[in-house]
Ligand binder design. Structure first.
Ligand SMILES: Nc1nc2c(ncn2[C@@H]2O[C@H](COP(=O)(O)OP(=O)(O)OP(=O)(O)O)[C@@H](O)[C@H]2O)c(=O)[nH]1
Length: 665
């Protein structure tokens, strides 16, 4: 028998060496229970012991099943070295250790020096059949895998049911056929499991049906019939994972929802018991606690609203989007829409859950919109707003008055509102121009309810969103029928003689210039007739000036009845008139002048008994100046007067007279 070895507790270097050894080393006293005198770092880690050895003894660390055997071995010890196999209580699931025990001296007393080595895997038939029994009868899903090839060696009934393969089919598969990871990755995991580096894995396994399930796999090495396999327990966690994923989503939602979500109790008094961050923000609470401490009744701005709200909630059990005015913890007014419903808490008390939407900004916008609508409705202009799809979404009061109510479908189209010509301009020019340049202005027309056209000045303005997309097109239309009437009157007065309604000299000259150009282009002839009332001074002198005026006016009416639409009758001055006859040669002018002369002579100018006129007729030559033609006319008229009045005289042909224009009568 060898002498007991002496552990040099005083030798610091040696102490450090033992302390840091990568195998568990312990010194136990020889008295019953074997109190521990020293344990190194690895042993402390393995047995999960705190630093001080004195607090434990060896017996408490050994599996109770092994203690009796251990005691017997020690009692019958006839030499100083003993090797026993012990299962470590604290390291459950690990294979048993071989404890090599040697007698030793520790600080003057007899002791055992223990070094623990990982034991060999059980190979005895008894344990194997026990394992086999566990494997087949256990309701957990189990696979036995060859770590070298990944081949499925065996599977239990639960595995067959789970994967949807028969046992034979499973045995023809490799684990890489089932695992969604690449074969390479699966091999790495198998190596880790085999080396006990990692025993727990999260995988995705594909079933025979093609469905992929989330699984937790507990895999570790086992030795069966002398060969090492991986024994894997598979737990289907798909539903659990989905549940937790959903839970996470709900939790995330709760925290991130832009509306306040709450729960409140009513006992002993109404207070919030849960609130998300949006709730805290609405009520300006710096912490959930601050909000939970507030009495709910103090958060309502109006006692009547609170009473009505609680009454409805009591009666119906739920209230949906009720507009309420609330107060923040700082007393600020919040316009909110509150949804609440009643629930029974686990302890039987009544609880309420719900949502608070802060609509203060929307409320302010609504107030602004109402003000704007009020203003627009007060405007005499027609204001309409059309969305990007060109549906009319707003029509002010003036518009509704003129065009009728906006149809429910909001599809009041241009076809209904504008006459075809205006619609064409708006569609082809107005809208494209407004969309491109921001606005378009023109005079168009709308159809009134009775179908008549109402002239309008139309401004089309387009608005774009921040992203540059077309948002809407607004149209402002002003009824300009009155202005149009004034304008037409002004234009008439600017070009007509107010007494007789005949055009004035200015307008006559403008029309003459146009007609001459037209005649030149087409090679048509154009004649002028100048005529003058005979002895009109006598009319005035005899019957008075107003009868003279009446005669002038009736004379024009008499002439008009004999003229074509294109002929232009002008009051040249005083009692002198000029007629423009487009597309008329000299002979035609003479015939018309004679017709007029006779008609005037025969017309009734009561109280003036008879009225006659003298006429001069000329054809305006293509290159002749107008002044020269007037002179020829003037001369012809002079001759008519000179020859006794009430007659038609033809002007000398153009080119005969070269003298400048002037009154020759
Ligand atoms: N009532 C009235 N008289 C006018 C108007 N314009 C011109 N007269 C008158 O017309 C008359 C023209 O007279 P005269 O130029 O002498 O010619 P006449 O009396 O018609 O004689 P003859 O032309 O030679 O036949 C004048 O008395 C003018 O005052 C008008 O707007 N109203």
């Amino acid at each position: 028998m060898n002498e007991p070895i002496s552990v040099a507790s005083t030798d610091e270097d040696l102490g450090c060496l033992v302390e840091g050894l990568p195998m568990p080393v312990m010194v136990a006293g020889s008295q019953p229970g074997w109190p521990l005198l020293y344990i190194n770092g690895e042993a402390r880690r393995l047995f999960r012991l705190a630093g001080r050895a004195e607090e434990s003894d060896l017996a408490s660390l050994i599996d109770p099943a092994d203690v009796a055997c251990f005691e017997a071995e020690l009692a019958s010890l006839s030499h100083d070295r003993l090797q026993v196999r012990v299962a470590c209580r604290a390291a459950q699931g690990r294979p048993p250790f071989d404890a090599i025990m040697r007698k030793a001296r520790w600080q003057g007393q007899d002791a055992w020096l223990l070094t623990l080595m990982p034991g060999e895997q059980p190979t005895c038939g008894e344990r194997e059949s026990f394992y086999q029994q566990m494997f087949t009868t256990n309701p957990a899903i189990k696979l036995l895998i060859d770590p070298a090839t990944g081949a499925i060696i065996d599977a239990n009934a639960a595995a067959e049911a789970f994967y949807g393969y028969t046992l034979d089919a499973l045995k023809r598969l490799k684990i890489t056929d089932i695992n969604c990871l690449s074969s390479q990755e699966v091999r790495v995991r198998m190596a880790e499991a085999k080396a006990c580096e990692q025993l727990f894995f999260e995988f995705r396994h594909r079933l025979a049906s093609g469905e992929v399930r989330d699984v937790h796999v507990y895999s570790g090495p086992v030795t069966l019939a002398g060969r090492e396999y991986l024994h894997s327990i598979i737990v289907d966690v798909t539903d659990e994972k989905r549940y937790y994923t959903r839970l996470e989503v709900y939790n995330d939602l709760f925290h991130k929802l832009p509306v306040g979500v709450y729960r409140n109790t009513t006992q002993p008094e109404a207070r919030f018991t849960a609130a998300n961050p949006a709730m805290l923000s609405i009520f300006e609470a710096h912490s959930p606690q601050a909000l939970f401490e507030a009495k709910l009744s103090s958060l309502y701005a109006s006692a009547e609203q609170l009473e009505a709200f609680l009454g409805d909630l009591e009666r119906d059990g739920a209230v949906s989007r009720r507009p309420l005015q609330l107060l923040t913890l700082n007393g600020r007014l919040v316009h909110a829409e509150v949804t609440a419903f009643r629930q029974l808490a686990e302890d039987g008390t009544v609880e309420f859950s719900g949502i608070v939407e802060d609509v203060t900004a929307r409320y302010a916008a609504q107030v602004n919109r109402d003000r704007l609508t009020h203003l627009l409705d007060a405007s005499p202009d027609i204001v309409s707003i059309t969305d990007a799809e060109q549906r009319v979404v707003y029509l002010n009061k003036a518009g509704r008055k003129l065009l009728g109510e906006l149809p429910e479908a909001l599809t009041l189209s241009l076809e209904q509102t504008h006459p075809p010509w205006a619609r064409r301009i708006i569609e082809e020019q107005g809208i494209p121009h407004a969309i491109e340049h921001g606005y378009w202005y023109a005079e168009t027309a709308v159809l009134s309810r009775d179908g008549s056209e109402v002239p309008v000045s139309q401004l089309i303005v387009s608005r774009r969103t921040e992203r540059g997309e077309l948002d809407c097109i607004a149209t402002i239309m002003r009824d300009i029928s009155q202005a149009k009437r004034y304008q037409a009157e002004l234009e008439f007065h600017a070009g007509h003689d107010p007494l007789t309604g005949a055009v004035n000299r200015n307008r006559f000259l403008a029309v003459l210039a146009q007609e001459r150009a037209e005649a030149r282009r087409n090679g048509h002839s154009l004649s002028l007739v100048m005529f003058d009332i005979d002895r009109f001074k006598r009319v005035n002198d005899t019957f008075g000036h107003s009868i003279g005026d009446m005669v002038l006016s009736r004379l024009v009416q008499t002439c008009r009845g004999l003229l074509r639409e294109v002929d232009v009758l002008a009051r040249w001055g005083g009692e002198e008139f000029m007629l423009l006859l487009p597309d008329t040669p000299l002979e035609g002018g003479e015939i018309l002048a004679e017709k007029l002369r006779r008609a005037i002579e025969e017309a009734d100018f009561f109280p003036v008994p008879t009225l006659t006129c003298s006429f001069g007729v000329a054809e305006l030559a293509a290159e002749e100046s107008e002044a020269r033609c007037y002179k020829r006319l003037d001369e012809a008229l002079y001759r008519a007067k000179a020859e006794g009045r009430n007659r038609v005289c033809m002007a000398e042909p153009a080119g005969f007279s070269d003298s400048p224009p002037g009154k020759s009568r």
